[in-house]
Design a protein around this ligand. Sequence first.
Ligand SMILES: NC(=O)C1=CN([C@@H]2O[C@H](COP(=O)(O)OP(=O)(O)OC[C@H]3O[C@@H](n4cnc5c(N)ncnc54)[C@H](O)[C@@H]3O)[C@@H](O)[C@H]2O)[C@@H](O)CC1
Ligand SMILES: Nc1ncnc2c1ncn2[C@@H]1O[C@H](COP(=O)(O)OP(=O)(O)O)[C@@H](O)[C@H]1O
Ligand SMILES: [K+]
Length: 542
Amino acid sequence: MQNRQEQISQVVVTSEQMRDIEERIFAAGMPVAALMEKVAGLIAHRIHEIYPNFGQKQEKDAGKELFASWRVSPITTRVGILVGPGHNGGDALVVARELYFRGYEVWIYCAFSKLKELTAQHLQYAQSLGIPCYQEISQLQDCDFLIDGLFGFGLERMLTDFIAAAIDRLNEWNKPIISIDLPSGLHTDTGEVLGTAIRATHTFCLGLWKSGLLQDQALEYVGKAELIDFDIPLADVQAVVGDTSKIKRITPATVLSTLPLPRPQVTHKYKEGHLLMICGSRRYAGGAILTALGARASGVGMLSIAVPESLKPILVSHLPEALIVGCPETQTGAIAQLQLPEKTDLSSFHAIACGPGLTKDATAIVQEVIASDRPLILDADALNILAQMGTIATLQKRQATTVLTPHTGEFQRLFPDMPDPKHDRVLAVREAAAQTRAVVLLKGARTAIASPQGLVWINPESTPALARGGSGDVLTGLLGGLLAQAATKQIAVEDIVATAAWWHSQAGILAAQERTELGVDAFTLTQYLMKVLSKPKVKSLL
Ligand SMILES: NC(=O)C1=CN([C@@H]2O[C@H](COP(=O)(O)OP(=O)(O)OC[C@H]3O[C@@H](n4cnc5c(N)ncnc54)[C@H](O)[C@@H]3O)[C@@H](O)[C@H]2O)[C@@H](O)CC1
Ligand SMILES: Nc1ncnc2c1ncn2[C@@H]1O[C@H](COP(=O)(O)OP(=O)(O)O)[C@@H](O)[C@H]1O
Ligand SMILES: [K+]
C-alpha cells in the first residue's frame, strides 16, 4: 500500500478538477483565507531555502539611517513580486509579506485595477507596511529574483495588452523567476502558451500536479518543477478524479510495483518470456542490434531475432545468447517473409516486437504479425506500414494486445484525423488508444501513454540526451522483453509500458550524469539500463 505522499505525487489534474477539489475543501469548512495563508507560508519557506536572505532584520529595525543604507549592502536580497488579479496574486502577496518580515527587500508590481477581494486586502496590508507597489514593470528590473503570481489555474484567455508586454519585457532580463502554481500564460491543461508566458526557473505547483506542466510544449517555461503539498485530503481527490479518464505521473513507486518481475525458483527460459523481434534491413543493421540489447536488459527468458539473412552473422556476434532467424530478403535487403525454424510458429512466442530498421519494403511481414493473435509492439517502419494499411480499421480487427510507440511524426501519419499532439498530447494519445483499442506510447520529452480505457500515464522525468538516433530502438526492445515476461504473469499491459518508459529515461538520466548529455549514444544507453536498477536507492526498493 502506497503512502499518501506517493499517491499524491502520481495524481495529475485539469483546472476543472482542481477547482472542484478546492470547492469540496471550502464546502467542508476550510476558510479560503486560511488555505491561502497555509499555501503561501509553505512557498515562502521554500523560497527562503532556495534564495536565502542574508540581510538582518535588526538592521531594518535599527532605524531609518541603516534602512537607507540597507539596499547598498551586498548581502540583502531584493525580491520582486508580480501580482495578478486573482488568488494566484493573493498567494504572491502573502509570500511578499512573509519575505518582508524575514528581512528581504520586497517590491511589488501590480497593474490591475480590479482585484479579487482577498487579493485586494493583502495588497492593502502590504502597502500599509511600506512595501512599495509599482504599476510599471521596469521598476522591478533591479530585483535579484522575481516571484510570479500573475495567473494560476484561473487563466482563461489569451494574454494581451499591458500584461503581455510586461511578461515579454521581464523575460528579457533573464532573472531567476519562481512561478506560483504555473508559469503565468500557460494553459493549465495543455501547457500551451496563451499569447506569451513567464519563463520560470522554478515552478512551485500547488497541491496537485497540473497536466499542463507535464507537456512538451510547456517545458521551456516551467524550469525546475516541484510540488508544494498542502494536505489535500485523498478522499476529495478520489471523489473528483475517480478511476477513469485519469492522468497519472509515473513515479518510482509506480514502477516498483511491477519490477522486478517475479521469477519463481523453479522455472525455465520459456516460462520467463519468449520474445520474437522482427527488425533490421541491409540498410539499417544497427537498429536491430540496439533493439536486441534493449531486450537483453529486460531479463527476458528467451530472445529470438528475425532479420534479413545477410544480417545474421553480425547479430550473432553481438548477441551470442539469442536465436537469430535469418529470413529471405527483398532485392532492397528488407525481410521478404518470416521463415521460422522447424516446429516453430508465431504461437511459440509470448510477444512480438516489430519495426526498427525494417524499411517500408517489409510490408508482408508486418501484415502477418498484425493478423496474428500474439501481443504485439509496433514501432518505426512497422508504424509507417500500419498507417498505409489504415490504422484504425486494421487494429480494430485485432483481438490480442497491441502497443504502438510513435513519435509525433509517426503519430500524425498513423492518425491524420486525430487531435494534433502538438496542441494537446494527452487528448491525442487518449483518443488514439480509445479508437484503436491499443496501448499508445507517444514519445517525446515527456512521453505519454494511454490505455484503451482512458487512463493516461505521463513520464515526468527525462533528459534531452535521449534525443539521439537509436534511443527509441532501445525502448522497443526493452518494452518487448518486459511484455513477453509479463505475458506469463498477471500484470496490466499499460503498467508494463509505463515501467519501460520510466526505466529507459532513468537510464538516460544516469548516463548523462556520469558522461554529460553528449555522452549518451544509444549503445551506451543499453549499458545503463541495468545500472538504474542496481543504483542503491532503487535496489533497496526492489
Ligand atoms: N483559494 C485559495 O485560497 C487557494 C488559492 N490558490 C491559488 O489560487 C489560484 C487560482 O486562483 P483564481 O481562481 O483566482 O485564478 P487566478 O489567480 O489564476 O486568475 C484568475 C483571475 O485572472 C483573470 N483573468 C483570467 N484570464 C485572464 C487574462 N487572459 N487576462 C487578464 N485577466 C485574466 C480572471 O478574471 C480572474 O480575476 C491558484 O492557481 C493558486 O495560486 C491555491 O493554490 C490554493 C488555495
Ligand atoms: N528532448 C527529449 N527529452 C527526453 N527524451 C527524449 C527527447 N527527445 C527524444 N526523447 C526520447 O528518445 C527516444 C527517441 O525515440 P525515436 O524518436 O523513436 O528515435 P529513434 O527512432 O532514432 O530511436 C524516445 O524514447 C523519446 O521519448
Ligand atoms: K503564476
